[in-house]
Write a protein that binds this ligand. Structure first.
Ligand code: ATP
Ligand code: MG
Length: 526
């Protein structure tokens, strides 16, 4: 049995309707195997690859089991991080949207506890929380576990890693012995069996076994690099693959902060996530990443587990992870729910041995790849251009444009002439107009000139598009382009004075996302 239809699982029509709304057509293998056992009331240890629907594997049975008439807390899900608690709560909320009278609440540290207490007082049947905050509420007696029928440890192994073992034991001991205990993770080290033995009752072990621990639709590569070249290579990879969203993992918070400011300095829409940030900021960053306002998220392992964001097309291990399991979880942020993805790992010197350990552990091969040259980056961009053109030909209404083309063809131009001219226009390579400006140092550093453009952020032009356009048009590498930011309603870039004239000339003939841009230097003198 690989997958089945949800209808065959004997779950309520309300749930089935929500599942259809979410676009799930059939179960994933872990859902097909785990849901029936959990519905029967059995304890379960569930292991399946990243992004294969473990959340719904416990979310669906929880919603089936909870009695809406009963206001007591009936199900508790423990998650290792705050972001994951929020996300899991959201998924269960979606699944339960047609069920009347079921209340659920995520509770996690960093959020005002009073607000949580008020919500708890109103009666909540399902809680999704981090162990620390759950303990806190237990001590304050604002959370009673004596009516809990089911507890789920999502990322069970990680919660043990993080030193939550005692907390978890305390929490489990506070619940009725008759409760059901369910553990899930993509990795299940042996230590987990100890906690299982102590706290589970004859568990059903559901392993969706594969040859390898990682998802086959994620292409995995590594680059042998020097520490000091990492940043340059990172930007090349991003420019080359142009991912909708990318997630970059560093081993320390400090590195995350540094990388955020370096990438922002180069005009990428990047931001960071780590444990030293205020929760309100963490929430803001996570939301911006989910809705695409941030295209590159740089994070510590706080974002390695469970986080599910559709459009993450690339994961980069800027540092090799300390633990083999972490490699699995980090790269598992891409290639979710059957999608494809790419994972790149930067390896410095002796770290190659760590990579060998990782490959042994995951039973996969991580392929060596040459660092892309600037030429490769150019070529890749060309490929993207060609893809875009094909896409337009195949999917868009071109009747208006075809009329114009027909007119030109009647004038004895060949189709090739036409295409080439248009390509030239798109590639914005040309200008006749001479501009004569004297440039002052208007940038934030001596020798730099600030150029203003008529594009605000609202027009959906990303800083990266601008830098990309300038770099592409002028041949200046990103390094020569200084700060890029929005001042008043204008976007500006800073470039070295000696290039300012060229940049201005070329950019005034260029388009970004099909819109002409108007570039002017600050304090221009004619
Ligand atoms: N049956 C299904 N069909 C299609 N998509 C599904 C199905 N079940 C879950 N999904 C979607 O797949 C994505 C990944 O699911 P989920 O986050 O539960 O994975 P996971 O197994 O918990 O991964 P991880 O180990 O990284 O935590 C989610 O966006 C989820 O909504
Ligand atoms: Mg998960």
């Amino acid at each position: 049995m690989e997958t089945v239809r949800f209808e065959e699982l004997n779950i309520s029509e309300e749930l089935n309707r929500a599942i259809r709304d979410m676009g799930f057509e059939e179960t994933t293998p872990i859902q097909a195997q785990a849901i029936p056992h959990i519905l029967e009331g059995k304890d379960v240890i569930g292991q399946a690859q990243t992004g294969t629907g473990k959340t719904a594997s416990f979310g669906i049975p929880i919603l089936e089991m909870v009695d809406p008439q009963d206001q007591n807390l009936q199900a508790l899900v423990l998650c290792p991080t705050r972001e994951l608690a929020i996300q899991v709560a959201e998924e269960i909320r979606k699944l339960g949207k047609y069920l009347q009278g079921i209340k659920l609440l995520p509770i996690y540290g960093g959020q005002p506890i009073e607000r949580q207490i008020r919500s708890l007082k109103k009666g909540v049947q399902i809680i999704i929380g981090t162990p620390g905050r759950v303990m806190d509420h237990m001590r304050r007696k604002t959370l009673k576990l004596d009516k809990v029928k089911m507890v789920v440890l999502d990322e069970a192994d990680e919660m043990l890693n993080m030193g939550f073992r005692e907390d978890i034991e305390t929490i489990l001991k506070d619940m009725p012995k008759t409760r059901q205990t369910v553990l899930f993770s993509a990795t299940m080290p042996k230590e987990i069996l100890e906690i299982a033995k102590a706290h589970q009752n004859n568990p059903e072990i559901v392993k969706v076994v594969h040859k390898e621990l990682t998802v086959p639709s994620i292409e995995q590569y590594y680059f042998e690099v020097k520490e000091k070249n990492k940043f340059e290579i990172l930007t090349r990879l991003i420019d080359m693959y142009n991912p909708k969203l990318a997630l970059i993992f560093c081993n320390t918070k400090k590195k995350v902060d540094e990388l955020v400011s370096d990438l922002q300095g180069r005009g990428y829409f990047a931001d960071g996530l780590h444990g030293d940030m205020k929760q309100s900021l963490r929430d803001r960053v996570m939301n911006s990443f989910r809705n695409g306002n941030i295209e590159i998220l740089i994070a510590t392992d706080v974002a390695a587990r469970g986080i599910d964001v559709d459009d993450v097309e690339i994961v980069i291990n800027y540092d090799v992870p300390q633990d083999e399991e972490y490699y699995v979880h980090r790269i598992g942020r891409t290639g979710r729910a059957g999608r494809s993805g790419k994972a790149f790992t930067f390896v410095v010197g002796k770290e190659i041995y760590k990579l060998k350990d990782i490959q042994r552990y995951t039973k996969t091969k991580i392929l060596h790849q040459q660092v892309p040259s600037l030429n490769d980056v150019e070529e890749a961009k060309m490929e993207i251009l060609i893809e875009n053109i094909k896409n337009i030909i195949e999917n868009e209404d071109l009747s208006k444009q075809i009329k114009i083309a027909e007119r030109l063809l009647e004038e004895d131009y060949t189709a090739i002439d036409l295409a080439a001219a248009l390509l030239k226009m798109t590639m914005r390579k040309e200008t006749e107009e001479e501009i004569d400006f004297d440039f002052e140092d208007t940038g934030s550093e001596p020798g730099m000139v600030r150029l203003f453009m008529n594009i605000g952020r609202k027009q959906n032009v990303r800083a990266r598009d601008i830098v990309g356009a300038i770099a592409g048009e002028t041949g200046l590498s990103g390094k020569l382009i200084g700060t890029i930011d929005v001042y008043d309603k204008y976007t500006f870039v800073e470039v070295p004075k000696e290039y300012a004239k060229d940049v201005l000339k070329i950019m005034n003939n260029a388009q970004i996302k099909g819109k002409p841009i108007n570039v002017e230097p600050a304090n221009k003198k004619r």
